[in-house]
Design a protein around this ligand. Structure first.
Ligand SMILES: [Zn+2]
Ligand SMILES: [Zn+2]
Length: 302
């Protein structure tokens, strides 16, 4: 089970009724955060969740509305006696940017590790497979697909007919090979069925629509996408500032054949995003307006 919580859904500045956009994922006791604008730790607190178990923060880019909440969050993690290392991931320049912010949050009781992205990258972290991909903003900006892969079913009959002792079964189930004392060795594919459909969440914000986003978001269970402007007549503005309209986001969701899309990163001038939904749902019916604290528990299909 993967818990997804959109902590905030605002762009540019936090408002009294809307925190800046940030996403929290929880899987198997390992929590990760995407983006951390001013006030993100208050949004977390409102939800009743501790920042302490967060082990990784992914940054889309270094505009203030996506990173300025970091020093305060780190201090709160320190006050909560976090001792496990924290991995930060983001565009090139991440370490320099964070170290500048750390001048106001020195002496933390945990290590910070850095992973700077040099173009589209895939890596794994505690059961998550993360795909980072470049999007199209006015500075370097990345989108992220977070995958929970699911192995095939273990075939007991195959394991018995191959005469593999029971003590080796769980190792094969974990995807590792085994070497038996009698000299025989087996790889997992000898006893594991076809890989089953896992879970996929894609998050993109601060970008124009791109084909790469559509390909990376393909078949996501949940696609969280920026919708800076509700009105189609703000397209010129969207192009100029490298953002997008609800309709453009919905068109990408339709092309990517995702199950559901949540809009986020609203312009401060966009007071009621829901008033544009009827029109947008003609493009992609499973469009929802993200709101602060919006949560879903994603589970495997069967
Ligand atoms: Zn932004
Ligand atoms: Zn930006």
């Amino acid at each position: 089970m993967l818990d997804v919580c959109l902590l905030g859904c605002g762009g540019m500045m936090p408002l009294p009724y809307r925190w800046l956009t940030s996403l929290l994922l929880r899987y198997n006791g390992n929590n990760l955060l995407i983006d951390c604008g001013e006030g993100t730790q208050i949004a977390l607190k409102e939800k009743g969740w501790s920042p302490k178990p967060i082990g990784m923060i992914l940054f889309t880019h270094f505009h203030a509305d996506h990173i300025s909440g970091l020093p305060g969050l780190l201090l709160t993690m320190g006050n909560a006696e976090k001792h496990d290392p924290l991995l930060l991931v983001g565009p090139r320049g991440l370490e320099r940017t964070v170290k500048a912010l750390l001048t106001i949050a020195p002496e933390l009781p945990f290590e910070i590790e850095y992973k700077e992205l040099e173009g589209d990258t895939e890596f794994t972290w505690n059961g998550y497979r993360v795909n980072a991909f470049k999007v199209n903003h006015n500075i370097t900006c990345y989108g992220y697909s977070i995958n929970i892969d699911r192995a095939g079913k273990f075939n007991v009959d195959a394991a018995r007919s191959l005469d593999i002792p029971v003590q080796y079964w769980s190792i094969l189930q974990k995807g590792e090979g085994v070497a038996l004392e009698d000299g025989r060795s087996f790889t997992p594919d000898a006893v594991m069925g076809e890989r089953r459909k896992g879970l996929k969440v894609t998050y993109t914000t601060d970008t124009r629509p791109t084909n790469s986003i559509v390909e990376n978001a393909r078949n996501s269970d949940l696609f969280i996408c920026e919708g800076m402007y509700g009105e189609d007549d703000k397209l010129v503005k969207a192009r100029e500032h490298k953002h997008m309209t609800f309709s453009e986001a919905a068109d990408m969701a339709r092309r990517a054949e995702v199950k559901e899309m949540w809009l986020t990163h609203y312009s401060p001038s966009l007071v009621n995003p829901r008033e544009f939904l009827d029109r947008v749902r003609k493009i992609f019916p499973a469009t929802k307006a993200g709101k602060d604290g919006k949560t879903v528990e994603l589970d495997y299909e069967e």
